[in-house]
Ligand binder design. Sequence first.
Ligand SMILES: *Cc1c(COP(=O)(O)O)cnc(C)c1O
Length: 356
Amino acid sequence: MLDIKIQKTSSPKKKTAADQPLGFGKIFTDHMFVMDYTEGKGWHDARVEPFRNLSLSPAAMVFHYGQEMFEGLKAYRGDDGKHYVFRPDMNAMRTNNTNDRLVIPRIPVEDFVQAVKTVVKVDADWIPSAPGTSLYIRPFIIATDEFLGVAPSKTYLFIIILSPSGAYYESGLAPVGIWIEDEYVRAVKGGMGFAKTGGNYAASLIAQVKAHDEGFSQVLWLDGVERKYIEEVGAMNIFFKINGTVLTPELNGSILPGITRDSVIKLCKSWGIPVEERRISVDELLEAQANGTLEEVFGTGTAAVISPVGKLRFKDEVMTIKDGGIGELSQKLYDTVTGIQLGRIEDKFGWRVCID
Ligand SMILES: *Cc1c(COP(=O)(O)O)cnc(C)c1O
């Protein structure tokens, strides 16, 4: 158990009025969680303090070599008025997998979960209540040594900030258009594709800009070696329903193991839908589309939960998935996951964690 000191702000911010749009990632709450790491001492001085700017040396290692990691999860106000987070232990375990890859010291799973619960509880009145809204939770770790040598840092900061976020879909699920990228790659096996770290995103921006310019909202990455097999979308994992079977790329080291991905696989299996985690080639998709067996395509991630894909572009071909609308399974998965999060549906898997 961490001994978390709590220092409350003396000047709380004004909250956005309930009828004003929150957007995503632009508004921050009154407090943040902070914990230091020092070599030889371990993680220490866990605290909740007023949200503030950091003071770091311009030589802090994170600015130069990108030794950092982040996580993302959400807190919700349930229909019963209580406050919940979704599977925070999974974020804690993934943090340590990321940390191992980036040579950042581990954080015990129970300490990570305790830190999340504690800071969310302090700012629980920031959890918005309008339909589809939530409090986005952003834990992250940065290397803080004042040193320009290339080596793992000896000091770190673990911080959790909170951001009230609007509904991802303002008026129900909406299908997106996706650009299958065949020039740039995101990650390769042996690299850090499975780790949630800023560098992967820095590498992805150029393709995102290209896709946006062409009128597509997200990029679908192919494998970095043959550029033949499907990997994942910008910040989402990808699923296909072909001839009644749900397919998703296997976790091969270059794909981020999404918690929503895991939840979707478990739900589909519990409904008796066959699920295959394996290599999926673009050719297999083109063929399924040509013979009419490509029934649904959707992305999964914390932000959107389920993102139906209406359009997929590969080279000169634009595939419209079914009628470009929302698949039956996509809708059912969205309703079920959000239903569990809000306490409208029985939580058979024990995914919902009350923080009160
Ligand atoms: C975070 C993330 C996902 C989705 O993971 P969830 O745990 O479902 O939110 C997928 N791909 C990438 C690259 C990510 O960073």
